[in-house]
Design a protein around this ligand. Structure first.
Ligand code: CP
Length: 366
């Protein structure tokens, strides 16, 4: 069986397979209405969510399956100190697949590593949010006919924005992509994303602080919320929160065929006067997210049925792992990593080049 923690756990071909499957589900809903009868999805959400949790649940119900849900960590045994790994083992007794959002980076990987069913990462702090990425890819595919050759502007909080990091990972596998990274200096894209993903992929990129100077070049304008909940210093949040506001006046300078995406929820970074612009796709993308989650749930459950005794953790199959005995002697230094708060989580360090290891849970360099 397989889990999806990072969008790179799916090959480019598999992403296309999901897009094709989602399109078929849109065309032929009756064909899929009972396809997962008797199967259960568990949604484990340790952080707030509207779209992701409800779209996973709607997706499973539309496939004929059922859902059990933990929408509030405080009402679960997590409040008594139960670890993510133990929780995943317990849920394995009740469900066939888990969608998990957690406030620690790598929590979904920890659950997948020790659990016995597929786990889908539904967001782990600033790290990854792969199914959100699939929503963008289907939206781009339906709106622009494909992904190759696009100039994509990421605007706002590029530091903490997990949806930004996942979409950049996904784009790295297409051709001719140009990235325009627009943020205040304090919220610039983390260096590891540039070093591990952008540079090796050969994508062109520029970093700038000005949306106005770049907007006319963009095929995709990807707006993000400045995330109050990620700031330790609230004064800094107040200073940065209104850094970029996309409004109808700015849209006059954008390309006639550009498309505007936003992970949602928005606060005020897209003015409501953009909502009726035909180039605004952030509500269409919500629906596309449900379609892609349907396709992914079906794929992972079918794979788990076909190969119940194998376990594929994407990161472990994509990258070389540090030997277990050596890994036991190392420690990830990132306080937001699941291994930091739950030290019983087995260390996993991975490398591309055989020398420079990083934590598999949160991607912090050793
Ligand atoms: N985009 C997104 O992840 O939304 P929710 O936080 O509402 O799930």
């Amino acid at each position: 069986m397989r889990s999806v923690i990072d969008i790179l756990d799916l090959s480019k071909e598999e992403v296309q397979e999901l897009i094709d499957s989602a399109l078929d589900m849109i065309e032929n809903p009756a064909k899929y209405a009972k396809i997962l009868e008797g199967k259960k999805l568990a949604t484990l959400f340790y952080e707030p969510s509207t779209r992701t949790r409800m779209s996973f649940e709607a997706a499973m119900l539309e496939l004929g399956g059922t859902v059990i849900s933990m929408a509030d960590a405080n009402s679960s045994s997590a409040a008594k100190g139960e670890t993510v790994i133990d929780t995943a083992r317990v849920i394995s007794c009740y469900a066939d697949i888990i969608a998990m959002r957690h406030f620690k980076e790598g929590a979904a990987l920890a659950a997948a590593n020790k659990g016995s069913m597929p786990v889908i990462n539904a967001g782990d702090v600033g790290h990854c949010h792969p199914t959100q990425t699939t929503a963008y890819l289907l939206t781009i595919y339906r709106e622009k006919g494909g992904v190759d050759g696009l100039t994509v502007g990421f605007v706002g909080d590029l530091k903490y924005g997990r949806t930004v990091h996942s979409l950049i990972n996904a784009l790295s596998r297409y051709s001719g992509i140009k990235l325009v990274l627009i943020s205040p200096n304090e919220l610039a894209l983390p260096r590891y994303v540039i070093d591990n993903t952008i540079i090796p992929s050969g994508m062109e990129y520029v970093e700038t602080t000005s949306l106005e100077d770049s907007i006319a070049d963009l095929d995709i304008i990807y707006m993000t919320r400045i995330q109050k909940e990620r700031f330790d210093d609230q004064a800094e949040y107040e200073r940065l929160k209104d850094s970029y506001v996309l409004d109808a006046a700015k849209m006059k300078n954008a390309k006639a065929d550009c498309r505007v995406l936003h992970p949602l929820p928005r606060v005020n970074e897209i003015s409501v006067d953009v909502d009726d612009d035909p180039r605004a796709c952030y509500f269409k993308q919500v629906l596309n997210g449900k379609y892609m989650r349907r396709a992914l749930i079906l794929k992972l459950i079918r794979e788990a049925e076909a190969k119940p005794d194998t376990k594929e953790l994407g990161i472990a199959t994509r990258l070389k792992r540090m030997p277990e005995e050596q890994a036991k002697r190392c420690r990830c230094g990132n306080p937001k990593c699941i291994t930091f708060t739950e030290p019983s989580t087995p260390n996993i360090f991975v490398t591309e080049d055989g020398e420079n290891y990083r934590c598999a849970y949160c991607e912090t360099a050793l």
